[in-house]
Design a binder for this molecule. Structure first.
Ligand SMILES: [Zn+2]
Length: 442
């Protein structure tokens, strides 16, 4: 075995082991800060792996006890060139062990997979990033540009105690960063026998969680009553929940569909885009939600006794808005709700969109094809949200690029926050090789 391939083997082995060890540190984020468990332990563990090979690390607790974040830098040849930020979150969503075939915090490595909560979201990428950073340091590599590695808390609850806090309070940690890579992109979808496309996230819908409120006259439930808050609210919620927002093709989605046409010969008829996209199989769920804005009612409350008409009723709606649609969306929303409904934001995070071009995008393609010849990298839009929403506020172009070569029959998008979340060991090794090449040359 050459020295080079021995070093690669060490790095691949570390990526698998790190992913498993990180899963064993329970970093459940319920959204309630008082229940936070392992973020500090995970951050300290990550810092240890980095300082082990000579990195100087900065440990920051973001606004509350235990919300650990770690940042480290590897100086490049030309620090005048913008730095590349590689960021990953350490927290995970809750998991109910009774539903799983292995314990969700076991990090079991079996049947060719690493199993557990966080295996794809996103302790896999954190493991690969750590292994790669360590190898670059051990090999004494001076990359082309500065690399900033950031491992952060609280992504699963919007980053208030993680990325968003760091952006607002410690922006100097990211000084000089012009571009970033992180989760929910870079994985393969098999478009036909043996032909893979790697989807790179270039856009994210915005998040608007809205509280709706109707007011009426309180009164006795036995009376004739024309001004009922519950009735007004539920009518508005029903109108919104069944409303279909217009189809809008953003650049990311248009480019994705064009690439899929090239690769598969499938035509995406604008007259029946939902129908054609549905034929894409596993990817359909992902892409289908990026064709239009959505507004899903998720919570309802009002009243306290069967025979008392309350003066107030409230609902929560989870709205996801396409880049550039914010104003038009609100106009349409207000039309549907009507003048009697008040609304306020609970969470309001902007959409993200960048173009799929430039040297960094070329390096992504080259690093992928070096390991998977014949593959294509194509852009896509994520309907959900990531820490990119925070980092873009620093003027950073954000991409989802956490490379994984996946088996054709794996329903990958279902594993995010899903039961039996797991990542193929081979995919982790593949991703580590891709990331290594990418970070050396980008
Ligand atoms: Zn995530």
């Amino acid at each position: 075995m050459s020295e080079q391939s021995a070093a690669t083997a060490v790095s691949e082995e570390e990526a698998v082991r790190f992913t498993s060890e990180l899963i064993r540190i329970d970093t459940t984020n319920t959204g309630d800060p008082s229940t936070v468990v392992g973020e500090r332990m995970a951050a300290e563990w990550v810092a240890e792996q980095l300082s082990d090979v000579g990195f100087e690390t900065t440990y920051v607790e973001s606004g509350a006890k235990g919300r650990g974040n770690v940042v480290a830098r590897l100086a490049g040849e030309d620090s005048g060139r913008g730095a590349l930020l590689v960021h990953g979150h350490l927290d995970v969503v809750p998991a109910d062990a009774s539903e799983w075939s292995v314990h969700p915090f076991s990090g079991a490595v079996q049947d060719g997979y690493v199993w557990g909560r966080g295996a794809v979201d996103m302790k896999d990428m954190v493991g690969m990033t750590l292994a790669t950073a360590r190898r670059l340091k051990r090999d004494g590599v001076v990359p082309k540009r500065d690399l900033i590695f950031a491992f952060v808390a609280d992504e699963e609850a919007g980053g208030e105690y993680g990325a968003q806090w760091l952006v607002e309070n410690r922006p100097e940690l990211f000084e000089g960063a012009t571009e970033a890579i992180s989760e929910v992109g870079g994985f393969s979808i098999t478009v036909k026998d043996g032909v893979r496309a790697y989807v790179v996230e270039t856009a994210e819908k915005g998040i608007a969680w809205l509280k709706l409120r109707a007011r009426g006259r309180a009164g006795h439930g036995s009376m004739v009553h024309e001004d009922n808050a519950v009735t007004k609210l539920t009518q508005a919620v029903a109108r919104l929940g069944t409303h279909r927002f217009p189809l809008v093709l953003t650049d990311s989605v248009r480019e994705f569909l064009a690439a899929m046409t090239e690769l598969t010969g499938m035509r995406f008829d604008e007259e029946d885009l939902d129908g054609t996209v549905a034929k894409l199989g596993g990817v359909a769920r992902m892409v289908g939600a990026t064709l239009r804005d959505t507004a899903n009612p998720t919570m309802l409350s009002g009243g306290y006794k069967a025979n008392v008409i309350p003066s107030v009723a409230e609902a929560v709606v989870d709205c996801r808005v396409l880049p550039g649609r914010e104003e038009a969306f609100l106009r349409e929303l207000d039309d549907i709700l009507g003048p009697d409904i008040e609304r306020e934001y609970i969470t309001h995070l902007p959409a993200v969109e960048t173009t799929f071009d430039g040297a960094l995008v070329d390096h992504m393609a080259d690093s992928i094809t070096a390991e998977d010849p014949g593959a294509r990298t194509i852009p896509y839009m994520l309907s959900g949200g990531t820490d990119a929403k925070s980092f873009q506020q620093l003027g950073i172009r954000c991409f989802g690029f956490a490379p994984l070569r996946l088996p054709a029959d794996l329903d990958f998008s279902a594993l995010f926050h899903g039961v039996d979340e797991r990542v193929p060991v081979d995919a982790l090794k593949f991703g580590t090789r891709v990331l290594d090449r990418f970070l050396r040359t980008c």
